[in-house]
Design a protein around this ligand. Structure first.
Ligand code: MV4
Length: 458
């Protein structure tokens, strides 16, 4: 096993990794930017090294400084968390070159799956259904338009280097095709330095369901069931739950096997996620694979009682995966609410600032993953998530009631948060009914009075 691991990240995920390292007897090195010196990840790590100023580009994205910190502290491995350098194949390769284990997939797998159009081709090659569309990236604009006309509108143009909603353009009719195509190309070029785009039929009001994968270096691959991530706003997930209330056991089994086939085909190692869209008829389509630990991994841990971060470390150190698929079972229902420093009554405007008061909920079936505390200042430089509140229970109903109870206990003073929003969702008939789609938040906000998104009483 590793003796010392550097965590190339910040916030709650850095803390999540440090905690598991502690439990395994692994020493930890935190890296931090100048504005993060008061963050809990700095305080809970064995060692901490400042790697630059606030802007990510001057700190958490500086591979050279991270390797500098790794060299000074003599670590065996680097855990990248999510975001920042987590899916940068060059960074993963540089780790290998320095003889430092990268806790994630192989660089070539990251590259293959990072190109969303090549990821789709991998899925197709193992006969997993994909959304109908272009065969790889668009080479000819005329051919692409002919294809769009024959598929039927709306269609969606996606950046090959994109993912998570970045660099997508909806095309509603034949007339606007070339205009949207040009926009998509130039946006992709600007955002990713790669103008390659591909075309898909647009699936209206899909469910967004993903499968958690674990894969060791011996080629053993299992899935840890599914998460329903349909409750999102502008591609930012707000609430996730596992297992998905929309999937039948038959469909769950089929999609899980499909996810494992894709992971096998791309030589996947470590933890990853296979994303699908599911339409109202229960037809499913692979869309992309995330080659990293994700924000919402905790609900899969609660459902399966498997510590995913622990397995990331064991697998990267070369240990065999000792869990068999047949022993992965739904043991609980789990829900996660992302607590963001945003004002839901003001269009979810970010509101960084000082946390004047902090009381986090507890009790049976409640888990809070957070790096904040009373007196902590939320910097404006990074994403607005301040905590993940997870509840679990024997039934979905119990997990929902427990979430409502825990959200009611949660006190975060001095800033606005998404707590009142999540609370209102827990009482919403549409959410309780369980067959919500990616259109849920839009519809919910239309039918919910602003007062309900402000309500902070117990
Ligand atoms: C789609 C789609 C409909 N049809 N692709 C958005 C994020 C990115 N990962 C893929 N996304 C979508 N791709 C086709 N062909 C609808 C979405 C989508 C969505 C996907 C997942 C979660 C939330 C979403 C919200 C709106 C649209």
């Amino acid at each position: 096993m590793f003796e010392k691991v550097l965590i190339a990240n910040r916030g709650e995920i850095a803390l999540r990794i440090i905690r598991t390292c502690r439990e395994l007897g692994i020493k930890t090195v935190a890296v931090y930017s100048e504005v993060d010196d008061q963050s809990l990840h700095v305080q809970l790590a064995d060692e901490a090294i400042c790697i630059g100023s606030a802007a990510s580009a001057d700190s958490y994205l500086r591979a050279d400084r991270i390797f500098g910190a790794a060299e000074i502290t003599n670590v065996d491995a680097i855990h990248p968390g999510y975001g920042f350098l987590a899916e940068n194949s060059t960074f993963a390769e540089q780790c290998c070159d320095c003889n430092i284990a990268f806790i994630g997939p192989l660089p070539e797998t990251i590259a293959k799956m990072g190109d969303k159009s090549s990821a789709k081709n991998i899925a197709k090659s193992v006969h997993v259904p994909c959304v109908p569309g272009s065969d790889g990236v668009i080479e000819s604009e005329l051919e692409a338009k002919k294809l769009a006309d024959s598929i039927g509108y709306p269609v969606i143009i996606k950046a090959a280097a994109g993912g998570g909603g970045k660099g997508m353009r909806l095309v509603n009719n034949s007339v606007s095709f070339y205009k949207e195509y040009k926009m998509a190309r130039s946006e992709a070029e600007k955002s990713f330095g790669n103008g390659a785009v591909y075309l898909e039929k647009y699936i209206e009001e899909p469910h967004h369901i993903e499968f958690q994968i674990l894969a060791d270096k011996n080629g053993k691959i299992i899935h840890l069931l599914d998460r329903d991530c349909s409750i999102q706003r502008r591609y930012q997930k707000l609430i996730e739950e596992a297992p998905s209330p929309f999937l039948s056991e038959k469909l769950r089994g089929e999609m899980g096997r499909a996810a494992v086939k894709i992971a096998e085909k791309c030589g996947y190692q470590n933890a990853g996620t296979v994303e699908f869209l599911v339409d109202r008829n229960g037809s499913y389509y692979f869309i992309e694979m995330n080659a990293r630990i994700q924000v919402e991994h905790g609900i899969s841990e609660e459902v399966t009682d498997i510590d995913i971060v622990k397995w990331q470390l064991l697998i990267a150190a070369g240990e065999k995966l000792t869990i068999d698929q047949k022993n992965v079972k739904i043991r609980k229902h789990a829900i996660e609410c992302r607590i963001n420093a945003e004002d839901p009554a003001k269009n979810f405007a970010p509101c960084p600032g000082d946390i004047a008061l902090y009381y986090s909920p507890g009790g049976y079936g409640v888990r809070v993953d957070s790096h904040v505390y009373a007196g902590y200042r939320i910097p404006q430089y990074y994403d607005s998530m301040v905590a993940k509140l997870i509840t679990s229970g024997e039934t979905r109903e119990l997990a929902i009631n427990r979430m409502y109870r825990a959200l009611s206990e949660y006190l975060i003073g001095g800033i606005k948060t998404t707590i009142p929003f999540s609370r209102a969702v827990m009482m919403d008939k549409g959410f309780i009914a369980g067959n919500y789609t990616t259109k849920f938040v839009e519809d919910f906000l239309e039918r919910t009075p602003l007062d309900a998104l402000n309500f902070e009483g117990y």
